[in-house]
Design a protein around this ligand. Structure first.
Ligand code: 6R9
Length: 571
């Protein structure tokens, strides 16, 4: 497929022309959408749910939930009522504004309802991946000073209550044999509490959510966001997700990851969309069936998932009707051109890359429906966002030079603080007027941004700076390669050489001949200095719960160094 094909027939979006939108943009025009612009009374759960009931959309399906055992539909009225009930339960136990309440459970309607209930009473919600083990749970609850937790009987044993003196209440969703002190039955409380509740009215600078995210060293950081972020969630929902009145939207991310809240809960519901949440594990068949059954129109997922679907092959796709799809997006990792090509061939959909971070709270650099796609690029900054590439002293670099990807401060969903860690927070703002992302990238002459790697992952081989992403994407084009992670390995002659860790597709076996073939493939397709002189075959690569290849772990393995915090590693 040619790049021109992807660039042709560009559908129009809510945004209209990019240049026009970029030049005329004002955040205030977005803020005016919210009633709080006039009243000053802010509450995310009210804007996401209750507002639609008040405006006559109460009977519209808000949530389509499915997993192996449950298929349930909830209207906006039903979500309003049940989140009010949980809000009343929390108030009964004296939990309210500004207190941290964590949610530690698998995806389910109860997870969503509890989260909305927490927000209704003005508390700050902290979502955790169900896969977290004891220490990961304890670190997060302790650091944030959480006063309450919502969990399930199966996960309760991973909560070390005796070590968490501030944790006063635990709400348990599901049957338990015996009740202990401080353990409260969610169902029973819900049955006896009222469906009516006056939300806690907040200001836009009051707390919303804490997401813990891992750095390469030290304990995970509590990235704290405030209510004001909803401006960005609402706006990007319209402009980037392209949500319209009748859309059925599915974000595949778990709320333990920021994508699963900003774009799994807030953005779709601020825009009044019908939102699909699927529980259970990944399987190509179940995923395609979900799209077919619910006639999903907008689908937001991640490169790791698209790569797994790719390895499952085209045959599986042909068993399902995916013709409802209108718009497909990706986030979390660089989107390899090979994946974009496959999406175009097999789904007849352009996969739109979006770049942002836990700390940014919402999308910042994206491929909008209206922009021609350059496969491998993250797209352009959203109207309202100024992005640049800086050198090591904070000076703006001209096009086509690799450096620090930075964003002009502030924007509505920018993190408000790192919980308990003002020094860490300051590090992001070391160049005055800029937020420094920690990513390495360059901008081309058309204003498109190209991701190269995390700053720490950039490889220096014989004086050339090489982004691991470029090499990984080339590796992925080789028919035998399912996944690839690339690191720099210290070398006395070249400074660093490129080492690739490769997981093979089904039907291929590791051999020296294959190693050489892959080496030649990259050398001929990319360049000699970017070709991996060492290739190690692995069953699978170490990845985070959000699907990111953990290059620092590969590097630690290679160099026999400590691996650092592993709480977010998959399995
Ligand atoms: C939303 C999210 C942030 C880091 C970010 C970057 C990587 C995210 C990307 C991407 C290339 C994209 N990343 N989107 N890299 N292209 N479209 O992922 O948040 O989990 O905090 O990760 O993920 O390295 O700095 P988070």
């Amino acid at each position: 497929m040619k790049i021109e094909e992807l660039q042709a027939v560009v559908p129009t979006s809510n945004m209209g022309s990019y240049e026009q939108a970029y030049n005329n943009f004002q955040w205030e025009d977005v803020e005016r959408h919210f009633t709080w612009y006039e009243t000053g009374k802010v509450n995310m759960a009210h804007e996401a749910i209750d507002r639609h009931v008040e405006e006559g959309r109460g009977e519209k399906a808000a949530l389509l939930y499915c997993d192996a055992n449950r298929h349930e539909t909830y209207t906006f009225s039903q979500l309003r009522a049940s989140s009010n009930r949980f809000g009343n339960v929390l108030r009964k136990y004296g939990i309210g504004k500004g207190e941290r309440v964590f949610i530690f459970m698998p995806r389910s309607p109860e997870l969503v309802i509890s989260m909305l209930g927490v927000l209704k009473v003005g508390a700050v919600v902290g979502p955790l991946f169900e896969a977290f083990m004891e220490t990961a749970v304890k670190d997060r609850l302790e650091d944030s000073g959480a006063v309450a937790l919502v969990t399930t009987p199966a996960l309760l044993s991973r909560v070390k209550r005796e070590e968490l003196p501030e944790l006063r209440h635990i709400f348990v969703v599901g049957d338990m044999d015996e009740r202990e002190q401080g353990i409260i039955d969610f169902e029973t409380e819900m049955l006896t509490s009222s469906e009516e509740l006056e939300p806690e009215w907040l200001s836009r600078e009051d707390g919303l959510i804490i997401h813990y995210t891992s750095g390469s060293t030290g304990k995970p950081k509590g990235v704290y966001h405030v209510q004001n972020a909803m401006i960005q969630h609402y706006y990007t929902g319209k402009m980037v997700l392209d949500l319209r009145e009748d859309d059925v939207y599915w974000c595949t991310a778990d709320p333990g990851w920021v994508t699963g809240t900003s774009y799994g809960i807030f953005a779709p519901w601020l825009n009044g969309a019908t939102n699909v949440i699927r529980g259970g594990r990944f399987s190509p068949e179940d995923w395609y069936r979900t799209i077919e059954r619910h006639e999903v129109t907008i689908w937001y997922s991640a490169p790791t998932a698209f790569r797994m679907l790719m390895s499952a092959g085209e045959q599986v796709v042909s068993n399902y009707d995916l013709s409802s799809l209108r718009h497909v997006l990706s986030v979390g990792e660089p989107l390899n051109p090979e994946v974009v090509r496959w999406g175009w061939q097999v789904y007849t959909q352009r996969i739109h890359d979006t770049w942002w971070m836990t700390e940014t709270g919402g999308q910042l650099i994206c491929n909008y429906p209206e922009l021609p796609i350059k496969p491998g690029s993250m797209g352009k900054p959203l109207p309202g966002i100024q992005a640049a590439i800086l050198d090591d002293r904070g000076q703006v670099l001209p096009p086509n030079r690799m450096g620090h990807l930075a964003i002009r401060t502030p924007w509505p969903s920018m993190m408000n603080r790192i919980w308990n860690n003002p020094n860490k927070f300051q590090e992001y703002f070391r160049f005055p007027g800029w937020y420094v992302s920690g990513d390495s990238a360059y901008m081309d002459e058309d204003g498109y941004f190209w991701f190269q790697g995390r700053i720490d992952d950039v490889i220096n081989s014989s004086g050339e700076r090489i982004g691991p992403f470029e090499v990984e994407s080339k590796l992925l084009e080789h028919p035998a390669v399912a996944e690839a992670g690339v690191i720099g390995k210290p070398d006395t002659v070249r400074g660093e050489i490129i080492k690739a860790f490769v997981a093979l597709r089904d039907g291929y076996t590791a051999s020296e001949a294959l190693q050489q073939d892959i080496y030649r493939f990259v050398k001929e397709g990319l360049s000699a200095h970017a070709a991996p002189r060492e290739i190690e075959f692995k069953e699978k690569l170490p990845k985070t719960r959000s699907g990111k290849i953990m290059r620092r772990v590969l590097k630690a393995w290679e160099l026999n160094l400590p691996t650092g915090d592993l709480s977010t590693i998959e399995d």
